[in-house]
Design a protein around this ligand. Structure first.
Ligand code: PHE
Length: 352
Protein backbone atom coordinates (compact mmCIF):
# COMPACT_ATOMS: atom_id res chain seq x y z
CA UNK A 1 0.00 0.00 0.00
CA UNK A 2 2.90 2.28 0.67
CA UNK A 3 4.20 1.58 -2.81
CA UNK A 4 0.81 2.41 -4.20
CA UNK A 5 0.87 5.79 -2.35
CA UNK A 6 4.34 6.52 -3.70
CA UNK A 7 3.17 5.77 -7.21
CA UNK A 8 0.10 8.01 -6.88
CA UNK A 9 2.27 10.88 -5.71
CA UNK A 10 4.82 10.46 -8.51
CA UNK A 11 2.30 10.25 -11.35
CA UNK A 12 0.22 13.14 -9.93
CA UNK A 13 3.25 15.44 -9.65
CA UNK A 14 4.46 14.45 -13.11
CA UNK A 15 1.00 15.22 -14.55
CA UNK A 16 0.95 18.55 -12.76
CA UNK A 17 4.20 19.53 -14.47
CA UNK A 18 2.40 19.34 -17.82
CA UNK A 19 -0.59 21.49 -16.74
CA UNK A 20 -0.48 24.79 -18.70
CA UNK A 21 -3.82 26.50 -18.05
CA UNK A 22 -6.64 26.82 -15.56
CA UNK A 23 -8.99 24.26 -17.09
CA UNK A 24 -6.23 21.63 -17.23
CA UNK A 25 -5.46 22.44 -13.61
CA UNK A 26 -9.08 21.89 -12.59
CA UNK A 27 -9.13 18.56 -14.47
CA UNK A 28 -5.96 17.56 -12.62
CA UNK A 29 -7.56 18.44 -9.28
CA UNK A 30 -10.60 16.24 -10.02
CA UNK A 31 -8.41 13.37 -11.15
CA UNK A 32 -5.91 13.34 -8.30
CA UNK A 33 -7.68 14.97 -5.36
CA UNK A 34 -11.36 14.49 -6.28
CA UNK A 35 -13.79 12.24 -4.41
CA UNK A 36 -13.29 9.27 -6.74
CA UNK A 37 -9.53 9.73 -7.15
CA UNK A 38 -7.16 6.83 -6.41
CA UNK A 39 -5.93 8.64 -3.30
CA UNK A 40 -9.44 9.08 -1.87
CA UNK A 41 -10.28 5.43 -2.64
CA UNK A 42 -7.18 4.49 -0.69
CA UNK A 43 -8.44 6.50 2.31
CA UNK A 44 -11.66 4.50 2.07
CA UNK A 45 -9.70 1.28 2.15
CA UNK A 46 -7.91 2.23 5.39
CA UNK A 47 -10.87 0.95 7.45
CA UNK A 48 -10.16 -2.62 6.33
CA UNK A 49 -6.61 -2.57 7.71
CA UNK A 50 -5.49 -3.89 11.07
CA UNK A 51 -5.21 -1.59 14.11
CA UNK A 52 -1.40 -1.74 13.89
CA UNK A 53 -1.17 -0.83 10.23
CA UNK A 54 -3.89 1.80 10.10
CA UNK A 55 -2.13 4.80 11.82
CA UNK A 56 1.10 4.35 9.86
CA UNK A 57 -0.62 4.16 6.50
CA UNK A 58 -3.16 6.83 7.44
CA UNK A 59 -0.33 9.21 8.25
CA UNK A 60 1.49 8.40 5.00
CA UNK A 61 -1.68 8.94 2.97
CA UNK A 62 -2.27 12.28 4.69
CA UNK A 63 1.26 13.36 3.86
CA UNK A 64 0.73 12.56 0.18
CA UNK A 65 -2.58 14.44 0.22
CA UNK A 66 -0.93 17.51 1.80
CA UNK A 67 1.94 17.35 -0.68
CA UNK A 68 -0.45 17.21 -3.65
CA UNK A 69 -2.54 20.07 -2.27
CA UNK A 70 0.56 22.22 -1.78
CA UNK A 71 1.81 21.44 -5.28
CA UNK A 72 -1.65 22.28 -6.62
CA UNK A 73 -1.62 25.70 -4.86
CA UNK A 74 1.88 26.49 -6.17
CA UNK A 75 0.88 25.60 -9.69
CA UNK A 76 -2.29 27.72 -9.47
CA UNK A 77 -0.26 30.72 -8.27
CA UNK A 78 2.32 30.24 -11.01
CA UNK A 79 -0.38 30.08 -13.70
CA UNK A 80 -2.00 33.26 -12.36
CA UNK A 81 1.29 35.14 -12.40
CA UNK A 82 2.00 33.96 -15.94
CA UNK A 83 -1.44 35.15 -17.08
CA UNK A 84 -0.81 38.56 -15.52
CA UNK A 85 2.57 38.82 -17.23
CA UNK A 86 0.96 37.92 -20.55
CA UNK A 87 -1.72 40.59 -20.25
CA UNK A 88 0.78 43.22 -19.09
CA UNK A 89 3.00 42.52 -22.07
CA UNK A 90 0.08 42.33 -24.50
CA UNK A 91 -1.74 45.49 -23.43
CA UNK A 92 1.29 47.62 -22.72
CA UNK A 93 0.68 51.37 -22.41
CA UNK A 94 3.50 53.46 -23.78
CA UNK A 95 3.50 56.47 -21.48
CA UNK A 96 6.36 58.09 -23.38
CA UNK A 97 4.09 58.75 -26.39
CA UNK A 98 3.35 62.50 -26.64
CA UNK A 99 -0.34 63.39 -26.04
CA UNK A 100 -2.65 64.71 -28.72
CA UNK A 101 -2.63 68.51 -28.68
CA UNK A 102 -5.85 70.04 -27.30
CA UNK A 103 -7.21 72.88 -29.40
CA UNK A 104 -6.85 76.03 -27.31
CA UNK A 105 -9.69 78.53 -27.14
CA UNK A 106 -9.08 82.24 -27.26
CA UNK A 107 -10.94 85.39 -26.32
CA UNK A 108 -13.10 87.09 -28.93
CA UNK A 109 -11.43 90.25 -30.31
CA UNK A 110 -14.31 92.27 -28.89
CA UNK A 111 -13.76 90.80 -25.41
CA UNK A 112 -10.03 91.48 -25.67
CA UNK A 113 -10.70 95.14 -26.53
CA UNK A 114 -13.31 95.48 -23.77
CA UNK A 115 -10.86 94.10 -21.19
CA UNK A 116 -8.22 96.56 -22.37
CA UNK A 117 -10.75 99.39 -21.96
CA UNK A 118 -11.69 98.17 -18.44
CA UNK A 119 -8.01 98.10 -17.52
CA UNK A 120 -7.39 101.65 -18.72
CA UNK A 121 -10.45 103.10 -16.97
CA UNK A 122 -9.75 100.95 -13.92
CA UNK A 123 -6.39 102.66 -13.59
CA UNK A 124 -8.25 105.98 -13.65
CA UNK A 125 -10.55 104.88 -10.84
CA UNK A 126 -13.67 103.86 -12.79
CA UNK A 127 -15.67 100.84 -11.63
CA UNK A 128 -17.57 98.53 -14.00
CA UNK A 129 -21.35 98.75 -13.51
CA UNK A 130 -23.66 96.41 -15.39
CA UNK A 131 -27.13 97.46 -16.47
CA UNK A 132 -29.85 95.54 -18.29
CA UNK A 133 -30.16 95.03 -22.06
CA UNK A 134 -33.94 94.81 -22.00
CA UNK A 135 -35.14 98.27 -21.07
CA UNK A 136 -38.30 100.29 -20.86
CA UNK A 137 -39.12 103.27 -23.05
CA UNK A 138 -38.93 105.35 -19.90
CA UNK A 139 -35.30 104.50 -19.11
CA UNK A 140 -34.05 104.27 -22.70
CA UNK A 141 -35.65 107.57 -23.79
CA UNK A 142 -37.95 109.53 -21.50
CA UNK A 143 -35.72 109.91 -18.45
CA UNK A 144 -32.87 110.84 -20.81
CA UNK A 145 -34.82 113.77 -22.19
CA UNK A 146 -36.23 112.07 -25.29
CA UNK A 147 -39.97 112.66 -24.72
CA UNK A 148 -42.57 110.74 -26.76
CA UNK A 149 -42.37 111.97 -30.35
CA UNK A 150 -38.96 113.66 -29.96
CA UNK A 151 -37.13 113.73 -33.33
CA UNK A 152 -33.88 112.43 -31.75
CA UNK A 153 -35.67 109.09 -31.32
CA UNK A 154 -35.52 108.57 -35.09
CA UNK A 155 -31.76 108.09 -34.88
CA UNK A 156 -32.21 105.29 -32.37
CA UNK A 157 -35.11 103.10 -33.41
CA UNK A 158 -35.10 99.62 -31.91
CA UNK A 159 -36.78 96.25 -31.44
CA UNK A 160 -39.88 96.40 -29.30
CA UNK A 161 -40.53 93.33 -27.18
CA UNK A 162 -43.80 94.04 -25.43
CA UNK A 163 -46.13 96.96 -25.91
CA UNK A 164 -49.61 95.69 -25.10
CA UNK A 165 -50.99 97.06 -21.86
CA UNK A 166 -47.84 99.09 -21.22
CA UNK A 167 -49.14 102.44 -22.58
CA UNK A 168 -46.26 104.80 -23.32
CA UNK A 169 -43.75 102.48 -21.67
CA UNK A 170 -43.13 99.47 -23.94
CA UNK A 171 -40.33 96.98 -23.31
CA UNK A 172 -37.51 97.23 -25.83
CA UNK A 173 -33.89 96.32 -26.48
CA UNK A 174 -31.79 99.27 -25.37
CA UNK A 175 -30.33 101.42 -28.13
CA UNK A 176 -27.45 102.70 -26.03
CA UNK A 177 -25.90 102.13 -22.60
CA UNK A 178 -27.09 105.56 -21.40
CA UNK A 179 -30.17 104.22 -19.53
CA UNK A 180 -27.57 102.75 -17.17
CA UNK A 181 -26.80 106.35 -16.16
CA UNK A 182 -30.25 106.65 -14.62
CA UNK A 183 -30.16 103.14 -13.10
CA UNK A 184 -26.75 103.66 -11.49
CA UNK A 185 -27.46 107.19 -10.26
CA UNK A 186 -30.75 106.04 -8.73
CA UNK A 187 -29.01 103.15 -6.98
CA UNK A 188 -26.21 105.36 -5.65
CA UNK A 189 -28.46 108.27 -4.60
CA UNK A 190 -30.83 105.86 -2.80
CA UNK A 191 -27.94 104.98 -0.46
CA UNK A 192 -27.98 108.51 0.93
CA UNK A 193 -30.66 110.70 -0.69
CA UNK A 194 -29.72 113.83 1.29
CA UNK A 195 -26.08 113.64 0.30
CA UNK A 196 -25.58 111.18 -2.59
CA UNK A 197 -22.07 109.77 -3.09
CA UNK A 198 -19.96 110.66 -6.13
CA UNK A 199 -20.19 108.35 -9.15
CA UNK A 200 -17.28 107.19 -11.28
CA UNK A 201 -18.25 104.19 -13.39
CA UNK A 202 -18.15 102.66 -16.83
CA UNK A 203 -21.16 100.76 -18.16
CA UNK A 204 -20.29 98.22 -20.86
CA UNK A 205 -22.76 96.12 -22.79
CA UNK A 206 -24.66 95.18 -25.89
CA UNK A 207 -26.98 97.64 -27.62
CA UNK A 208 -29.44 97.17 -30.46
CA UNK A 209 -30.73 99.43 -33.20
CA UNK A 210 -32.80 99.23 -36.30
CA UNK A 211 -29.94 99.88 -38.72
CA UNK A 212 -29.18 99.54 -42.35
CA UNK A 213 -26.35 97.01 -42.03
CA UNK A 214 -23.12 98.23 -43.62
CA UNK A 215 -19.39 97.74 -43.11
CA UNK A 216 -19.54 100.16 -40.17
CA UNK A 217 -23.06 99.61 -38.80
CA UNK A 218 -24.59 96.52 -37.24
CA UNK A 219 -27.96 95.95 -35.60
CA UNK A 220 -26.15 94.84 -32.45
CA UNK A 221 -22.97 96.37 -31.07
CA UNK A 222 -21.19 97.05 -27.82
CA UNK A 223 -20.91 100.38 -26.08
CA UNK A 224 -18.91 101.45 -23.08
CA UNK A 225 -20.65 104.28 -21.29
CA UNK A 226 -18.72 106.40 -18.81
CA UNK A 227 -20.27 108.47 -16.04
CA UNK A 228 -18.70 110.74 -13.44
CA UNK A 229 -20.90 112.77 -11.10
CA UNK A 230 -19.78 114.89 -8.17
CA UNK A 231 -19.48 118.44 -6.91
CA UNK A 232 -17.47 120.67 -9.26
CA UNK A 233 -16.91 118.35 -12.24
CA UNK A 234 -16.25 120.37 -15.40
CA UNK A 235 -15.94 119.95 -19.14
CA UNK A 236 -12.15 120.05 -18.81
CA UNK A 237 -12.37 116.90 -16.62
CA UNK A 238 -14.22 115.23 -19.49
CA UNK A 239 -11.64 116.34 -22.06
CA UNK A 240 -8.73 115.32 -19.87
CA UNK A 241 -10.24 111.91 -19.08
CA UNK A 242 -10.95 111.04 -22.72
CA UNK A 243 -7.61 112.38 -23.99
CA UNK A 244 -5.83 110.36 -21.32
CA UNK A 245 -7.86 107.29 -22.25
CA UNK A 246 -6.83 107.69 -25.91
CA UNK A 247 -3.15 108.03 -24.98
CA UNK A 248 -3.24 104.93 -22.77
CA UNK A 249 -5.16 102.97 -25.39
CA UNK A 250 -3.43 104.07 -28.58
CA UNK A 251 -0.09 105.52 -27.49
CA UNK A 252 1.32 108.69 -25.92
CA UNK A 253 1.57 110.68 -29.13
CA UNK A 254 -2.00 110.19 -30.39
CA UNK A 255 -3.96 113.41 -31.01
CA UNK A 256 -7.64 113.80 -30.13
CA UNK A 257 -10.31 116.38 -30.86
CA UNK A 258 -13.83 117.26 -29.80
CA UNK A 259 -16.52 118.41 -32.23
CA UNK A 260 -19.70 120.14 -31.13
CA UNK A 261 -22.72 117.85 -31.35
CA UNK A 262 -26.12 117.24 -29.82
CA UNK A 263 -27.55 114.63 -27.49
CA UNK A 264 -30.76 115.26 -25.54
CA UNK A 265 -29.16 114.03 -22.29
CA UNK A 266 -25.93 116.07 -22.36
CA UNK A 267 -25.38 119.82 -22.57
CA UNK A 268 -23.01 120.81 -24.06
CA UNK A 269 -22.42 117.74 -26.22
CA UNK A 270 -19.52 116.66 -28.41
CA UNK A 271 -18.24 113.89 -30.65
CA UNK A 272 -14.87 112.51 -29.71
CA UNK A 273 -12.36 111.87 -32.53
CA UNK A 274 -8.98 110.15 -32.48
CA UNK A 275 -6.31 110.88 -35.03
CA UNK A 276 -6.24 108.13 -37.66
CA UNK A 277 -3.13 106.21 -36.74
CA UNK A 278 -3.12 104.37 -40.02
CA UNK A 279 -2.28 107.51 -41.97
CA UNK A 280 -1.20 109.71 -39.06
CA UNK A 281 -3.81 112.33 -39.90
CA UNK A 282 -3.02 112.89 -43.57
CA UNK A 283 -6.14 111.07 -44.77
CA UNK A 284 -6.60 107.50 -46.00
CA UNK A 285 -9.24 104.96 -46.95
CA UNK A 286 -10.01 103.97 -43.37
CA UNK A 287 -10.73 107.53 -42.19
CA UNK A 288 -12.26 108.38 -45.57
CA UNK A 289 -9.73 111.15 -46.12
CA UNK A 290 -10.61 113.00 -42.90
CA UNK A 291 -7.49 112.10 -40.90
CA UNK A 292 -9.76 111.57 -37.85
CA UNK A 293 -11.90 108.72 -36.62
CA UNK A 294 -14.98 109.14 -34.45
CA UNK A 295 -15.02 106.73 -31.53
CA UNK A 296 -17.86 108.09 -29.39
CA UNK A 297 -20.17 110.82 -28.13
CA UNK A 298 -19.87 112.74 -24.89
CA UNK A 299 -20.95 115.79 -22.92
CA UNK A 300 -21.90 117.26 -19.55
CA UNK A 301 -24.80 115.39 -17.95
CA UNK A 302 -28.00 117.38 -18.55
CA UNK A 303 -29.50 118.88 -15.35
CA UNK A 304 -32.79 117.07 -16.00
CA UNK A 305 -30.91 113.74 -16.19
CA UNK A 306 -29.10 114.47 -12.90
CA UNK A 307 -32.46 115.26 -11.34
CA UNK A 308 -33.99 112.04 -12.71
CA UNK A 309 -31.10 110.14 -11.13
CA UNK A 310 -31.65 111.72 -7.71
CA UNK A 311 -28.76 114.22 -7.89
CA UNK A 312 -29.54 117.90 -7.28
CA UNK A 313 -28.19 119.80 -10.34
CA UNK A 314 -27.62 122.86 -8.16
CA UNK A 315 -25.01 120.92 -6.16
CA UNK A 316 -23.72 118.31 -8.61
CA UNK A 317 -22.36 118.30 -12.12
CA UNK A 318 -21.09 115.40 -14.18
CA UNK A 319 -19.85 114.20 -17.52
CA UNK A 320 -20.77 111.18 -19.60
CA UNK A 321 -19.46 109.51 -22.71
CA UNK A 322 -20.34 106.55 -24.88
CA UNK A 323 -17.57 104.73 -26.74
CA UNK A 324 -17.82 102.12 -29.49
CA UNK A 325 -15.42 99.29 -28.60
CA UNK A 326 -15.93 97.59 -31.98
CA UNK A 327 -14.82 100.79 -33.67
CA UNK A 328 -11.78 100.80 -31.41
CA UNK A 329 -11.04 97.12 -32.17
CA UNK A 330 -11.44 97.80 -35.89
CA UNK A 331 -8.89 100.58 -35.66
CA UNK A 332 -6.39 98.61 -33.59
CA UNK A 333 -6.53 95.49 -35.78
CA UNK A 334 -7.41 97.14 -39.12
CA UNK A 335 -10.65 95.19 -39.38
CA UNK A 336 -12.49 96.47 -42.44
CA UNK A 337 -15.99 95.19 -41.78
CA UNK A 338 -17.95 95.32 -38.50
CA UNK A 339 -20.04 92.33 -39.63
CA UNK A 340 -17.10 89.98 -39.00
CA UNK A 341 -17.58 90.35 -35.24
CA UNK A 342 -20.73 88.26 -34.88
CA UNK A 343 -20.44 85.93 -37.86
CA UNK A 344 -18.49 83.39 -35.77
CA UNK A 345 -16.19 82.59 -38.65
CA UNK A 346 -13.11 80.85 -37.24
CA UNK A 347 -10.97 82.13 -40.11
CA UNK A 348 -11.58 85.60 -38.67
CA UNK A 349 -11.63 84.77 -34.95
CA UNK A 350 -8.44 82.71 -34.94
CA UNK A 351 -6.41 85.69 -36.07
CA UNK A 352 -6.60 87.34 -32.66
N1 PHE B 1 -25.70 107.33 -25.94
C1 PHE B 1 -25.08 108.04 -27.04
C2 PHE B 1 -25.23 107.22 -28.32
O1 PHE B 1 -25.43 106.06 -28.27
C3 PHE B 1 -23.63 108.33 -26.77
C4 PHE B 1 -23.41 109.24 -25.61
C5 PHE B 1 -23.23 108.72 -24.35
C6 PHE B 1 -23.37 110.61 -25.79
C7 PHE B 1 -23.01 109.56 -23.26
C8 PHE B 1 -23.15 111.44 -24.71
C9 PHE B 1 -22.98 110.92 -23.46
O2 PHE B 1 -25.17 107.77 -29.40
Amino acid sequence: MLDKLKEIETTALAALEKVQDESALEAWRVTYLGRSSALMNLFGALGALSKEERPRLGQAANQVKKALEAAFADRAAALKAAALQRSLAGERLDVTLPGRPLPRGRLHPDTQTLREIYRVFGEMGFQVYRAREVETDEYNYQLLNFPIGHPARDMQDTYFLEAEGRGDNPLLLRTHTSPGQIRSMREFSAMNPADPPPVRIILPGMCYRYEQVTTRHETQFDQVEGLAVGPGITFSDLKGTLADFARRMFGQSVRTRFRASHFPFTEPSAEFDVECFLCGGTGCGVCKGAGWLEIGGCGMVHPVVLQNGGYDPARYTGFAFGLGPQRIAMLRHRIEDIRYFWQNDLRFLEQF
